[in-house]
Each structure stands twice: as C-alpha cells, then as structure tokens.
Design a binder for this molecule. Structure first.
Ligand code: BTN
Length: 246
C-alpha cells in the first residue's frame, strides 16, 4: 500500500478525497494522507479530532474481488495490522470489537470503512485510518480526555510518523494479501489474540437497542457473539461495545 501516495496539507476528510479518486479510477493500493483534516469522520456520524502535523490520517483505496457483504472483514484486517504495528512501536495495543484500537483501555486509533458496490460485486472500498501518534491531552476536547490517548502519551516518547506509516502500510498489505488469498480464518485467529473484548462482560449499543452479556467469540464473518443472561447467544453485526468490569 502507498506506493502511489496523494499527500495533502489540509483536507476535509481523507476518506472523501479517496472516495472521489476511486470514482475517477484510482487503483488498488493508492493512499491519501493528510497533515490535517477539517472534518475528519468517525464511525456512527461522529467527528475524528485531526489537529495538524502530529498524528496520522490516511485512507487506502482497495479493489478486492469480494461480495459486498464480506467488506466488513476488511476493517478487521486493518485492525490486526494496526494493533501489530503499534506493538512494534512499543505500545501495548489491543483491539476492542470491531475495530477500535486501544492502549490501557483508551482509544488510540480508529478505522472507518466505506464501500461502493453493486449487489454482487464491490467496486472499491475506502479504509480510513486515524492514529493518535504525537498529540497531547490538550488536543482532545474535554469529553474525550478520559477515554482517548496517543502513542506518545502512552509511551512517553515521540513517534516517527513516516516510519510508523511505512510499517503500517506494509503490514496492512501483507494481511490483506493473505486474506484475499486464503480467506478470513487467519485474520480472525490473529484478531482474537489481539482483542481485549472476548471473555468480558459487555454492553453493546446498536442503532435500535442495547444488549448486555458476555462476549464469547467472533463468528466466521467477524460478528460478535454475546451470551445474554438468559443464556441465549446473540449475533451482533454492528454497534458500540462498552467493556464492563466484572
Ligand atoms: C472511528 O470512529 O473509530 C473511526 C475513525 C476514523 C478516522 C480516520 S482519519 C482518516 C480517515 N478520514 C476520515 O475522515 N476518517 C478516517
């Protein structure tokens, strides 16, 4: 990934720039990276705090041969690469289902995957990744200060952004190639090793409801399996997980 790199000082959102490039025919593996985003997008309509120069914001354009319903697996591919790369850079990172990457329970990175597809076939997928590398507590708005962190805050030392990005893109490409060649099993196994969600009591909020239970596993497509108090196992495809202390 990233052999063709579109570098911008300021954009609204790298996902939006990448989406337009892909519509205009950009190729698999092209990456859009920005120093700053003025309207960085998070999941579920939230904003992604994107101060200039300190952190990493990028979107990869992928053209996998996949049916659209399997596209969410790509988010887990990215999460695995991200957690591994953070560990390589000295941060004790873990994945909170489906794709929040945390250090000591605080969010350090997020992934926003967007899709252009017809019913049978993916046209392209945009995998947008934001990593808090060198920002300080003051860069987070008040309401995030207890729940967010950066790599440098966690390890007490600045991170070399270009080195981090190069390592991450190589890892993402390796995991992606393995996934496209052999399927989701290896990614799923590694995701389970890197995840902090399984084996925990959780509260899952979806668009429609709340579900409380015990996170048992992820299924072969990446959905979270939650055993409720009634003993039933529910399959959750999308939502926000709060990990409850036992
Ligand atoms: C999340 O809510 O956890 C996902 C955050 C994703 C943020 C990244 S930053 C680069 C890319 N461009 C965006 O507008 N969002 C993603």
């Amino acid at each position: 990934l990233g052999r063709t790199l579109h570098h911008h000082a300021v954009v609204g959102s790298t996902n939006e720039v990448a989406f337009r490039l892909a519509q205009d025919g950009a190729e698999h593996g092209e990456v859009v990276v920005a120093e700053q985003q003025t309207s960085g997008k998070g999941r579920r309509g939230r904003a992604w705090v994107s101060p200039p120069g300190l952190n990493l914001y990028f979107s990869a354009i992928l053209r996998p041969e996949l049916p659209p319903q399997r596209a969410p697996e790509l988010t887990l591919v990215a999460a695995v690469a991200l957690a591994e790369n953070l560990r390589e850079f000295g941060a004790d990172a873990a994945i909170k289902w489906p794709n929040d990457v945390q250090i000591s329970g605080r969010k350090v990175a997020g992934i926003l995957t967007e899709l252009s597809a017809e019913p049978e076939r993916v046209h392209f997928v945009i995998v947008g990744v934001g990593v808090n590398l060198n920002c300080q507590v003051e860069h987070f708005p008040e309401e995030l200060r207890e729940t967010a962190t950066s790599v440098s805050l966690a390890r007490g030392e600045k991170v070399h952004r270009a080195q981090f990005a190069a390592g991450l893109w190589t890892r993402m490409e390796e995991w992606l190639d393995l996934y496209l060649e052999t399927g989701f099993d290896a990614v799923r196994a590694r995701w389970k090793e890197l995840s902090s969600t399984l084996g925990q009591d959780v509260l899952v909020r979806t668009d429609r409801s709340e579900l409380r239970g015990y996170a048992v596993d992820i299924d072969p497509s990446g959905a979270l399996l939650v055993r409720t108090e009634a003993g039933q196992v529910e399959r959750v495809l999308a939502g926000d997980v709060e990990q409850l202390r036992p």
